[in-house]
Design a protein around this ligand. Structure first.
Ligand SMILES: NC(=O)CC(=O)C(=O)O
Length: 297
């Protein structure tokens, strides 16, 4: 077991899938199914899909692809990704972090970028709505304003995977905010999972750096899972799904095309890293109990 808090130690295999997400939602779901089952056959017990795995990534696509998350089968047509992921986790008999999908909240009519987590029986055991929206403007390179369409989530997310451990779950731009990662680690997460879709400007600059940084800050595993690159799409994803270990070494990293990368996770690696460089227990929380106290805006 990987987790802390009194659970036994065993080793687990994670798979991060990098896959193309085109315009046809049902084709995207079918492609995801093939890849998840392939990862499960290869022995993965926790499988992660990319951000917006059922749609192209872009503000213009969110309303068209958005689903209301309705759990009961008669409404399956309204929530095809939800039901496909639930059935897939059960078929694969694995934990499944279903990347993310655009979500429509029916009462408020607000859109979110939402990740769903399923148990090996297909039960929904966690959800995360992207809390930090991707609003950037780098002149001549990339302008992206998720907030033109999306509403940010209002909670940080950890998910208990029974007999497996706790994971921290966040989406893409969320990784740039170390406070959220640290809170997940302090809640006992052994692994931080980020479905994400960096691009050809920010990917080479920061993707792997941020994955390794969050691993290093917290001495935990980090998994980041991206769509494959499609140069005919409006958004060019960086790709490079990866897993970093608690010492911030990359255990595996994909390229830009469809691929599945695998890594073995174990609790000894976390314990040994924390023994060797004990920053986890040396933090001076007495000096920084509330980081927001220092803000100037
Ligand atoms: N797409 C994102 O949410 C974030 C991203 O591309 C970046 O931070 O860079």
């Amino acid at each position: 077991m990987i987790s802390y808090r009194g659970v036994q130690k065993v080793h687990r295999a994670i798979a991060c899938i990098i896959k193309l997400s085109g315009a046809d939602k049902m084709a995207n779901l079918a492609n995801a199914r093939n890849k998840v089952l392939e990862a499960a056959r290869a022995g993965a017990s926790l499988i992660v899909l990319p951000e917006c795995f059922n749609s192209p990534y872009g503000t213009q696509y969110f309303p068209k692809y958005a689903e209301t998350l309705l759990p009961s089968p008669p409404t399956q047509d309204q929530s095809p990704s939800y039901h496909a992921l639930s059935a897939l986790a059960a078929e694969a008999k694995a934990y499944l972090v279903g990347g993310s999908i655009p979500e429509l909240e029916p009462t408020t009519k607000k859109y979110y970028n939402t990740s769903l987590v399923f148990s090996p029986t297909g039960a929904l055991i966690g959800t995360h709505r992207k809390t930090h929206l991707f609003d950037i403007d780098i002149p001549g390179k990339i302008r992206f304003k998720e907030s033109e369409v999306l509403t940010p989530g209002e909670k940080l997310t950890t998910v208990e995977l029974p007999e497996y451990g706790t994971i921290g779950l966040a989406i893409c731009y969320d990784i740039r905010f170390p406070e959220a990662a640290m809170i997940a680690a302090r809640r006992g997460a052994f692994l931080l999972v980020y479905p994400g879709a960096f691009n050809l400007t920010t990917g080479p600059l920061h993707w792997s750096l941020l994955g390794r940084a969050r691993a290093n800050d917290n001495q935990v595993y980090v998994a980041m899972c991206s769509p494959a690159r499609d140069m005919s799409a409006t958004y060019h994803a960086w790709g490079h799904s990866l897993v970093a270990n608690p010492s911030a070494e990359l255990l595996t990293e994909a390229g830009e095309s469809e691929e599945i990368v695998y890594a073995e996770l174990n609790s000894e690696s976390i314990e040994n890293t924390r023994k060797g460089i004990p920053i986890y227990t040396q933090r001076r929380f007495d000096l920084y109990p509330d980081v927001s106290a220092g803000r100037d805006n």
